[in-house]
Design a protein around this ligand. Structure first.
Ligand SMILES: *Cc1c(COP(=O)(O)O)cnc(C)c1O
Length: 462
């Protein structure tokens, strides 16, 4: 059929909307109509563009029924619950793309309990208005070892609030060696400056000295009209420098800041409390002991809780943060408050390895993992030879190079990337990783309660 003829044969919008697949579809008619119009516009454009040399005889036009079925499938996908549960068999325990710290048990229960009406901002003793931070503040402060704490929506917001509230009027001094990018194109210096604080680059990429900070604190850097009002230290997180490098020690920097009467803010990133975390990642308490005035970090990295930003430090400064107008814009929702409260309570009981999803994964011994791997292999009828000892990682932009022993099943039968793609399309999807041409299902990052779903998925593969 000719292109012109094809264009004239395209079904009308109302015919498509009237076809069975859409007539009974639960999505609103107004949205259906919009999708039908889009699909028809797409077909029209394709027909007009036409491939060069395409035989006109091969041009076909979908029927109203066929088009309605296609659109109904698109609408089904549109309203699916997302994000979906997934099985993290990557061996990366804190996987940013899989939702960072996995939460479980009492933490998810606390979040679900807060979903309905809850006593978020009411003092039940008096019936008067209370604060959403009333219970979280003392608990979290005790757990991280700070005079006071404040909570915002994520780590970047914590950094933004600290630099905005404490960086005026003279701006914030930051070493060029710490001007890192944390991922997805976001840079510490740019996030710190987003609230209007000037960020003064200090020292050089590989070497920064106390004298460089002194010049910033004396207002002597080019372009300065007065002394810097704060110093920012950024933990390198996912990045390492080697060779001819130097940074001022944190404790020395704290002394320098105190001498000049300016606060030292430190962006720690990971929020580790130390216990149960392999490798050497500085903790919030270590930073505070070194003399940092305000530490900022994420709630969903090594702290093991929901996405949140934690600011911990001196009471007078935290009070300034809490009262800054931006604090209202960055405040956490009730689900975050509930999840963080339950996470901090587990830390307070010294019970993280039992109660927190992340810490449970890290606490599993290689023997436990091998036992699970053996049972799974047996149930699948796979030989013991599919068991692999792996080098699993912590991930989440923390602890570069820090590894932990994992145990994996190497999916037999080759075609690793094709099999990986099949597993990703299961419900729930299984996300493995390919090492040396083998598709590995690493149990280090997978809680034992996911074993049944894993087994079902791997059976489906066979
Ligand atoms: C992860 C990270 C951030 C950002 O925290 P989010 O919770 O992802 O917003 C900021 N700074 C450092 C050093 C980090 O590692």
């Amino acid at each position: 059929m000719s292109r012109r003829e094809a264009l004239s044969k395209l079904p009308k919008v109302d015919r498509v909307l009237g076809a069975a697949a859409l007539a009974g579809h639960p999505v609103l008619r107004s949205i259906q109509r919009q999708k039908v119009q889009e699909a028809l516009a797409e077909l029209r454009a394709q027909l007009l563009a036409g491939e060069k040399g395409e035989a006109e005889a091969s041009i076909e036009v979908p029927t109203a029924e066929a088009l309605a079925s296609t659109i109904a499938r698109r609408l089904d996908a549109l309203i699916e619950p997302r994000p979906r549960r997934a099985l993290n068999a990557t061996g990366v325990v804190l996987h940013t793309n899989l939702g960072r710290a996995p939460m479980s048990g009492e933490v998810t229960q606390a979040i679900a309990a807060a979903a309905g009406a809850c006593d978020l901002e009411v003092d039940l003793a008096t019936g008067l208005r209370g604060s959403r931070y009333a219970h979280l503040r003392p608990l979290l402060a005790a757990v991280v070892g700070a005079e006071d704490v404040h909570v915002v929506g994520n780590g970047a917001a914590a950094l933004l609030l600290a630099c905005t509230a404490l960086g005026g009027p003279g701006g914030v001094a930051l070493s060029r060696g710490q001007m890192i990018e944390i991922g997805d194109g976001f840079r510490v210096a740019e996030m710190a400056a987003a609230g209007g604080a000037a960020i003064w680059a200090v020292g050089s990429t590989n070497r920064t000295h106390a004298e460089d900070y002194r010049r910033a604190l004396a207002g002597e850097l080019p372009g300065m009209s007065g002394p810097a009002s704060a110093i920012l230290w950024a933990h390198l997180s996912n990045f390492r420098q080697e060779g001819f490098v130097a940074e001022v020690e944190l404790a020395e920097l704290a002394k320098l800041a105190a001498e000049h009467g300016v606060p030292l803010i430190a962006d720690l990133g990971s929020g580790s409390l130390g216990a149960g975390i392999p490798g050497v990642e500085p903790t919030i308490a270590e930073y505070l002991e070194a003399g940092v005035d305000v530490v900022t970090c994420s709630g969903d990295k090594l702290f093991g809780g929901p996405q949140a930003g934690i600011l911990a430090g001196r009471a007078a400064l935290v009070d300034r943060l809490r009262r800054h107008p931006m604090a209202r814009a960055l405040r956490p929702g009730k689900l975050t408050v509930a999840g963080l409260q339950a996470t901090a309570a587990a830390h307070a009981r010294g019970d993280a390895a039992r109660s927190l999803g992340l810490h449970r994964l890290l606490a599993a011994t290689p023997e436990m993992l091998r036992g699970r791997a053996r049972s799974l292999a047996q149930a699948l009828g796979w030989p013991e030879e599919v068991l692999r000892t792996t080098v699993a990682t912590i991930g989440g932009g923390s602890l570069p190079g820090a590894t932990i022993e994992g145990v994996a099943l190497a999916v037999p039968g080759g075609a690793a990337s094709r099999r990986a793609a099949i597993l990703r399309r299961l419900d729930p999807p299984i996300i493995g990783r390919i090492v040396d041409g083998e598709l590995l299902i690493d149990l280090r990052s997978l809680p034992p309660e996911d074993d049944a779903a894993l087994l079902a998925g791997l059976r489906a593969l066979a």
